[in-house]
Design a protein around this ligand. Structure first.
Ligand code: SF4
Ligand code: SF4
Length: 135
């Protein structure tokens, strides 16, 4: 999909919401890819973290809201610690989750998870999943 970079495309209410919730300026990103290369779960994502930043710059917010990526992100903060521009990428991911959660849409449903799966899941992963419900 092609997005033309212009003010109209960039400035929409959802992109402003993302920046307001995350307190991060996605336009600071210059696509070095450090966030994606350090992300431990990037192979499971449909949009890599640097692509999320790029799409956000182009105002293509709905594509990100519909992605698996924002739910797969484990909030490990690796991307944030590696960004040379000081962008807290994990906060941007959290902002997208928050927008969905405020519309009562979530892909994380612990009450529907088999107890055996919970027993076999690493505690850090469970904590991360619960964090995704705080939007
Ligand atoms: S916080 Fe999310 S996007 Fe960032 S490195 Fe960790 S899993 Fe990847
Ligand atoms: S590490 Fe920072 S500057 Fe580099 S692609 Fe990721 S968000 Fe953009």
């Amino acid at each position: 999909m092609f997005y033309k970079l212009n003010n109209k495309a960039i400035k929409n209410s959802l992109s402003e919401q993302v920046q307001e919730i995350s307190a991060q300026n996605v336009f600071d990103c210059y696509q070095c890819g450090n966030c994606s290369s350090g992300c431990p779960v990037v192979d499971y994502m449909d949009i890599s973290p640097n692509q999320v930043m790029r799409l956000a710059q182009f105002g293509a917010i709905q594509e990100i809201l519909d992605s698996e990526t924002i739910w797969i992100c484990s909030t490990c903060l690796q991307c944030s610690s590696r960004c040379p521009k000081g962008i807290d990428v994990s906060k941007v991911m959290e902002a997208f989750r928050a927008i969905n959660l405020r519309k009562r849409f979530s892909k994380v449903e612990p009450n529907k998870t088999q107890i055996q799966n919970i027993k076999e899941t690493p505690p850090i992963l469970l904590v991360s999943a619960m964090r995704k419900m705080t939007g």
